[in-house]
Design a protein around this ligand. Structure first.
Ligand code: SF4
Length: 407
């Protein structure tokens, strides 16, 4: 297919595809799906080899958010039965992080619900970052605390944070339909503040909220312009008790096309499959590793993921390898240009949504995604296109509970 040959050539040269080309990827048929994965896989392997970076979410503060992000189980008015708790103490957060690191993660993503941190919150998180860094040499720490005020990104950087996550989530044109308590411009501003403070910027999207192909292309092109080091791709987990509970409109094939489009538009950036991986990709998860070079290990913010051991087995079975703590994530030209993650000096990179923090993600995304305790993989199959509510399980273990985490 001429389209795919063109996109591979552009991806290897870091040349921006046209919007028409990006839209054409989303419009490919199921008959062409493996060709699309093969083409985007060439770009992925050129920049990232067969490495898979593992990230581990620690939800520092869960639920009770005053914001109204429609996709989020922690939003104002949410009746989702999620865990609700206030700030974890530094040693509690460090203990949770250690479980993920022992499971193979190299980055810890510290997420807190809320519009944004107070200066006192920044102090708390700074203490937590220091505790995690003291106890885990070489770990990358990403903070995801919502909208930042002047000076807060610099303080987090001084405390040792490597990265900051704040997702754009959806296109500028539809942002007001998803959230009314803050704006798209607020989100852009926070990503820029993180960048300016020398933090590695992590910013991504949520697919499956009823957006058009044009909206998806819009947000991915906006992300390319912002130039984050990592782009988490969340697939909406339609939580019962949230306004988007009925938005079950993703298929595994659609998710693969979206990931391929993101890879072609952001070829040399860490593309991370975030919340909704198990719920929407299901048995097609291994194919998605040919497109993304990063996933979350274990559970999400407010929902369960498949068992951490199953994540590791999937990576090995698909012929990929877990990226080691001493390996640099990003291609050399990005490391030398930005100083963000991927730099060996221990600089890292990160995010806040369900999958990545609040900044946005579904799952809980507000920060989050789904879990289970094995929910995935054990539920009976539903007819194609049917809602898979059986795959959505609220997180009941790990941070904020007395039960062992999934890592
Ligand atoms: S995404 Fe973040 S800011 Fe929005 S409702 Fe959820 S926790 Fe609050």
């Amino acid at each position: 297919m001429d389209l795919l040959n063109t996109l591979v050539d552009k991806g290897l040269r870091r040349e921006l595809p046209t919007r028409e080309e990006a839209l054409a990827v989303l419009a490919t048929s199921d008959d062409d799906l493996l060709d699309v994965v093969t083409a985007a896989g060439k770009v992925r392997r050129h920049w990232f080899g067969r490495r898979v970076k593992l990230n581990y979410l620690v939800n520092l503060k869960s639920g009770l958010c005053p914001e109204d992000c429609s996709y989020c189980s922690q939003r104002l008015g949410s009746t989702a039965g999620i865990l609700k708790y206030t700030w974890l103490k530094p040693d509690e957060a460090s203990q949770a992080a250690a479980a993920g690191l022992a499971g193979g993660a190299k980055r810890v993503c510290l997420v807190a619900s809320g519009r944004g941190p107070t200066d006192r919150d920044v102090d708390r998180v700074s203490d937590t970052i220091k505790a995690i860094k003291d106890q885990n040499e070489g770990v990358e720490v990403c903070a995801c605390l919502g909208l930042l005020s002047d000076g807060q990104a610099e303080r987090l950087r001084e405390a040792g944070a490597d990265a900051y996550n704040h997702n754009l989530n959806t296109s500028e044109g539809t942002y007001a339909e998803i959230t009314t308590t803050h704006t798209y411009a607020d989100r852009v501003d926070t990503v820029q503040k993180a960048h300016a403070a020398g933090l590695s910027a992590c910013s991504g999207l949520i697919a499956g909220m009823g957006e058009s192909d044009e909206d998806l292309v819009d947000v991915v092109y906006s992300l390319r312009e912002l130039d984050p080091d990592s782009v988490p791709v969340n697939f909406l987990i339609p939580f019962e008790g949230t306004p988007l509970a009925k938005e079950w409109n993703l298929t595994p094939q659609r998710c693969l096309r979206i990931l391929a489009m993101v890879r072609f538009v952001c070829p040399d950036v860490e593309v991370r499959i975030a919340g909704g991986r198990e719920v929407h990709l299901r048995t097609m998860q291994p194919l998605a590793l040919h497109l993304a070079n990063s996933i979350f290990l274990g559970d999400y913010l407010t929902s369960e993921g498949q068992a951490g051991k199953a994540d590791l087995e999937m990576i090995a079975d698909a012929g990929f390898e877990v990226e080691g703590a001493g390996e640099v994530t990003l291609p050399e030209h990005r490391v030398t240009a930005g100083g963000g993650c991927g730099s060996q000096a221990g600089a890292g990179c990160g995010s806040h949504d369900e999958g990545a923090g609040c900044g946005s993600s579904p799952e809980s995304a507000g920060c989050g995604s789904h879990e289970g305790g094995g929910v995935c993989g054990t539920a009976p199959a539903a007819p194609a296109g049917e809602p898979r509510t059986d795959l959505v399980a609220v997180r009941r273990r790990g941070a904020g509970t007395d039960l062992a985490p999934n890592a």
